[in-house]
Design a protein around this ligand. Structure first.
Ligand SMILES: *Cc1c(COP(=O)(O)O)cnc(C)c1O
Length: 354
């Protein structure tokens, strides 16, 4: 095994998938499992499907192309609203996409016609998080412009909360999505097949019984991979939080002062650091840095270890309370979603499926 590395436990991911699929299927909600957190790794995608996910979603077309080329059998949707410059790939490789711009949907229609394919469109509605989506008052107008476009199958509507504005999913905002779907059905005489109610931050609303009837789909990434509720950072009941673990190797251990010696200027990232003098401490350095990982999202498995900070290639730890750590020791961390996505995208971090 080489370091730093992340280990990905497929048994635990399958357990988490089955668990959350059960929560959802008990309420007639389908799960679109989201592969972007693990950069579209095929084996993890297959584990999601084994665990009961009926569809996959990813925000990067590159990941979708790789999954399709690997022969993944379920529909795959592009989650990030498409760039005009990528519509041909989107139509060619993705079965559907989330959208918010009529201009882009028209381009998807033209490309789909060229490829003689049908492309499914879920129209995103912005219910207050202020990321992607048309505002509720513009939904009907937008739909009137897209329902008759050639080679576009208007599948339904969706929303995304808890990302930019950190707006929590609630009975009220979910109910307004369901009401919009009903209004669309009445106005246009069509069936809205999919009402995509959100991401992992909506799971606890479902679990606690606060989700209105009429939501048909959840798009789940973090909840499956890390067993975490993003809106509170609390574990989801009956899931593993350690399906994916980071392992790093110690390259220096020394007793040193806790307060730097000399005049303090700016650090390697242009910040003026502040230090507390706690006297001498046993400090360890592991071979991992800010170039590989969002350090703030690391949680040492050994609770006696504290993270002091990091530069681009060195992570500094206070190991005063753990006497057995020496050069060559392996130190493990649990991950927040931010740490996970940065580690997965770093070519310096090895990935092992176990
Ligand atoms: C990333 C993403 C998701 C999945 O979010 P999680 O919090 O990881 O479950 C769902 N929908 C969209 C549009 C996304 O970009």
């Amino acid at each position: 095994m080489g370091f730093p590395c992340v280990t990905i436990d497929l048994k635990k991911i399958e357990h988490n998938t089955k668990q959350l699929v059960k929560w959802c299927s008990d309420r007639q909600i389908e799960v679109m499992a989201v592969t972007k957190g693990i950069c579209g790794l095929e084996k993890v995608a297959r584990t999601f499907i084994k665990g009961g996910a009926k569809k996959l979603g990813d925000s990067r077309i590159e990941n979708i192309i790789a999954l399709k080329q690997a022969g993944i059998p379920v529909p795959i949707y592009l989650l990030r609203i498409p760039m005009l410059s990528e519509v041909e790939d989107v139509v060619r490789w993705a079965d559907g996409s989330l959208n918010s711009e009529v201009e882009v949907i028209k381009a998807l229609s033209a490309a789909a016609k060229d490829f003689d394919k049908e492309h499914k469109v879920i129209l995103m509605v912005d219910l207050g998080d202020l990321r992607e989506g048309v505002l509720p008052e513009n939904v009907l107008d937008t739909i009137s412009e897209i329902i008759n476009l050639p080679n576009i199958d208007f599948e339904g509507i969706g929303t995304n909360l808890g990302c930019y504005g950190a707006v929590k999913a609630s009975y009220d905002n979910m109910k307004s999505l369901v009401n919009l779907a009903k209004q669309i059905e009445k106005t246009f005489g069509i069936k809205v097949k999919t009402v995509s109610g959100g991401n992992s931050s909506t799971l606890m609303l479902l679990k606690e019984g606060g989700l209105p009837k009429g939501i048909t789909q959840f798009r789940l990434g973090e909840g499956i991979l890390l067993g975490n509720d993003p809106s509170t950072s609390k574990p989801l009941p009956d899931t593993y939080q350690d399906a994916i673990v980071l392992k790093t190797e110690v390259i220096e251990v020394k007793i040193k002062p806790s307060y730097p010696i000399g005049e303090i200027g700016l650090d390697a990232f242009g910040n003026k650091p502040v230090f507390e003098d706690k006297g001498p401490m046993r400090r360890a350095i592991v071979a991992l840095g800010k170039q590989d990982c969002r350090i703030e999202g690391l949680i040492p498995v050994d609770k006696s270890i504290d993270i002091l900070g990091a530069s681009s290639d060195h992570l500094l730890l206070d190991v005063t309370k753990s006497n057995n750590i020496k050069v060559g020791s392996i130190i493990e961390f649990n991950l927040s979603y931010g740490a996970l996505i940065s580690l997965m995208a770093s070519k310096y971090v090895k990935k092992y499926i176990i």
